[in-house]
Design a protein around this ligand. Structure first.
Ligand SMILES: Nc1ncnc2c1ncn2[C@@H]1O[C@H](COP(=O)(O)OP(=O)(O)OP(=O)(O)O)[C@@H](O)[C@H]1O
Ligand SMILES: [Mg+2]
Length: 347
């Protein structure tokens, strides 16, 4: 039986906890043919929300995960070709598409559009295309060009949902400038937020109930204090606890150990790519000790006002930090905070 503590992204709306409002909104947008970008930190449940909305909408779908294949064009065309209802025109056979895609510049753009048109024309049933973690698609220009083409020529049959955890890199899609082919084509934005403590506790209690288990309120509170409102970590904890219900500490430590490895791996990859990462680290080091005001951070980093603003903005766009209601900055993911603390200790 499928349960709340299953690790893969949820597909069944009945297993999507605490996102009723977001789910209703997203399904409504799909029915209204609105394009939507889902933004939120890693492991908050963007893919789950998108997949459940697609399921609930009853529309056809194609899932393109940029982390599995960074080439949007080939990814899209081969998925469309594979779908039995999408038949190429008789004189264009599927294998001819891939070599053409790799041909340079304008010719290939034209060919890409034509290939797409021949795959989509004549389609009556609408299809949702999920562009998952779109910031990792490599050729941004081709991506934007093809999206604009879909918007202009296939609006009736194609409705994309685009997810991303690094807002900075998604800027070209959500805030296109007037030079961009996407300029003037409205795209809805939805933020997928961390759960507040009571929703997180509700999730653990409900998940445990499904497993016919229960946990002292004190331990539920401790778990939520440690893992915060990130569904991914809470799900992992539930998964480990279910395997060995009598050993709470084991489940929490296993979750922390696994989560630290994952976040360590991700931040070393981002560190290689992100501009100004050394300064970002300096800010993160400071924030790992607790939330800080802008003035605190100015003193701690010796940056100028505008320099600090720029770096804070980028860290927020990467979803590594958040600005709280009281105006103070804090690290979004408690696991990242713990990782940085441990790194500081080591040095
Ligand atoms: N609302 C929810 N109800 C139940 N489980 C959830 C929910 N949201 C997320 N999960 C679980 O949390 C984990 C992360 O979810 P998901 O992969 O959807 O998040 P994401 O934001 O797409 O993460 P990533 O940044 O890794 O792509 C998965 O194990 C998923 O099953
Ligand atoms: Mg995802």
């Amino acid at each position: 039986m499928a349960t709340l503590f299953d690790i893969p992204p949820k597909r069944d709306p009945k297993l999507l906890f605490g996102r009723e409002r977001d789910l209703t909104d997203l399904v409504k947008y799909l029915h209204e043919k609105r394009w939507t970008v889902l933004l939120g930190p890693r492991r908050v449940g963007k893919t789950s929300l998108a997949k459940c909305a697609i399921e609930k909408s009853g529309l056809d779908s194609i899932i393109l995960d940029a982390r599995e294949n960074t080439d949007f064009a080939s990814n899209l065309l081969s998925s469309l070709t594979r779908q039995s209802t999408f038949k190429l025109e008789a004189n264009v056979s599927a294998p001819t598409i891939s070599p053409l895609i790799s041909v340079g510049a304008s010719f290939s753009k034209q060919v890409l559009k034509q290939s797409l048109d021949s795959l989509l024309n004549g389609r009556t049933k609408r299809t949702v295309i999920l562009l998952d973690e779109a910031q990792w698609f490599s050729n941004r220009r081709t991506l934007i060009m093809l999206l604009a083409h879909l918007y202009d020529y296939h609006y009736e049959t194609i409705t994309p949902i685009i997810t991303g955890s690094a807002v900075g890199v998604m800027k070209s899609i959500i805030e296109p400038n007037n030079q961009s082919p996407l300029f003037g084509r409205p795209i809805m934005q939805m933020e997928v937020n961390k759960w507040n403590p009571s929703v997180s506790m509700g999730f653990l209690n409900e998940g445990l109930k499904q497993q016919k288990l229960s946990l002292d309120t004190e331990l539920i509170v401790k778990t939520v204090d440690t893992l915060d409102g990130l569904p991914g970590w809470l799900t992992m904890f539930g998964y480990y606890l279910t395997a060995k219900p009598s050993d709470y500490e084991n489940a929490l430590n296993k979750t922390l150990g696994e989560a630290l490895k994952i976040v360590d791996d991700e931040t070393s990859n981002i560190g290689k790519l992100a501009k100004g990462w050394q300064i970002h680290l300096k800010i993160l080091n400071n924030l790992s000790l607790g939330s800080k005001s802008f003035t605190n951070l100015l003193e701690a980093t010796n940056l100028t006002n505008s320099g600090l603003s720029k770096h804070l903005d980028m860290l927020q766009r990467l979803n590594y930090i958040e600005k709280k209601e009281d105006g103070r900055y804090d690290i979004t993911d408690p696991i990242l905070r713990e990782l940085i603390k441990r790194r500081i200790k080591k040095t």
